[in-house]
Design a protein. Structure first.
Length: 71
């Protein structure tokens, strides 16, 4: 996803990229869950910080589809 090094995303742009509702993003911001910048009443997001945050949210998958049960 090409971008300018100093570009900032606004709420609608982040919602589109993450495919979540505006209310979800505003909840995350108010809870301090997602990295953000407040500029004179507006919320902005630095793409590199969002990418790092998303990487930290990833959970490893299971090694097998069904857990082994001793018989």
């Amino acid at each position: 996803m090409p971008q300018e090094p100093d570009s900032l995303w606004d709420v609608p742009e982040l919602c589109g990229r993450l495919r979540v509702a505006r209310s979800t993003v505003y909840d995350w911001v108010s809870q301090g869950f997602i990295p953000h910048i407040k500029l004179v009443g507006s919320v902005r997001f630095r793409p590199s910080k969002i990418a790092t945050w998303l990487d930290k949210q990833a959970k490893p998958g299971r090694a097998s589809r069904v857990p082994e049960v001793p018989v």
